[in-house]
Write a protein that binds this ligand. Structure first.
Ligand code: ZN
Length: 281
């Protein structure tokens, strides 16, 4: 990483705060059954891939649900139909590396970027899955991701859990949370002058507010090489499938600093148990 001096200092300070305030979840949690909801193929590997690898090593039953088809990530240069097939195959390959068999992976195929328009329909399908599998844990994207599909999945799954009266432990995982200063350099994200200073302070405030919620961590330092291999299966997101056309990759975000955030020693979660009548506890 090539962070500026200020960013580096802030990064180290926040990281110090995080490492001292989060609590590592007890080992026995890894063996519990789980359903993982990903808005797009790759969110599960980015946000909680290391945890899923450790859970599978602990023989936990893990089911994955991809809610949208991810068909709009490069739709200016590839047809949505082809992209849908590519991303589905990549998700199955990544699942294999994570240790999750193909028959435990579901694709709901809602349209990428427009899940909020089909929320009621999605909620019914999610409820049916939860009723059938009755997981002890549910993984969803965190409540404040600024990406509409991520926010929609969070709300849909929580509403479905309330409807069916199940009380699993919910693990909200961050993805686009990491695309903020100080995790990525201000130079990569923000403008200059006074405007930059205002945005830096807003960004820092936003990050600290969110960090207060992420109190649980799972150590993934010993499985990072497997997580990296799983992510590499998402070739459409990690490499330029077609040269000489605009093809953004995850490495382009924050000049590579964003991607590196997913290879820290721990994965962070906002963790709570659902209660049947009151929603989150
Ligand atoms: Zn996503």
């Amino acid at each position: 990483m090539n962070k500026s001096y200020l960013t580096n200092q802030a990064y180290r300070l926040v990281r110090y705060f995080v490492e001292r305030s989060v609590q590592e979840l007890p080992e026995e949690e890894l063996g519990r059954s789980a359903v993982v909801f990903a808005p797009h193929p790759d969110d599960e590997t980015l946000g909680c891939g290391g945890t899923l690898i450790r859970k599978r090593k602990a023989q936990a039953r893990v089911d994955m649900v991809f809610v949208t088809d991810g068909a709009r990530s490069h739709d200016k240069v590839v047809s949505a139909e082809l992209l849908r097939t590519i991303r589905k195959n990549e998700a199955i390959s990544a699942g294999r590396v994570l240790g999750i068999e193909e028959n435990r992976i579901m694709f709901l195929n809602f349209p990428d970027g427009q899940l909020y328009l089909r929320a009621v329909e999605a909620e019914i399908q999610v409820e049916e899955i939860l009723q059938r599998l009755k997981p002890e844990q549910v993984f969803i994207p965190c409540f404040h991701e600024n990406i509409s599909d991520h926010l929609a999945v969070n709300r849909i799954v929580l509403a479905a859990l309330e409807n069916c009266g199940l009380c699993p432990v919910v693990y909200e995982y961050p993805v686009w949370f990491w695309n903020h200063w100080p995790w990525v350099s201000q130079s990569a994200r923000l403008g200059c002058g006074t405007f930059r200073r205002i945005r830096v302070s807003l960004s820092a405030n936003y990050q600290m507010n969110l960090l207060r919620r992420f109190r649980s961590s799972i150590f993934v330092g010993d499985v990072l090489d497997i997580k990296r291999r799983a992510l590499e299966e998402y070739r459409s997101q990690m490499t330029r499938l077609i040269p000489d056309v605009p093809w953004p990759t995850l490495s382009d975000v924050g000049e590579g600093e964003f991607l590196e955030c997913f290879f820290q020693q721990w994965e962070l979660f906002y963790c709570y148990r659902m209660t049947p009548s009151q929603g989150e506890a």
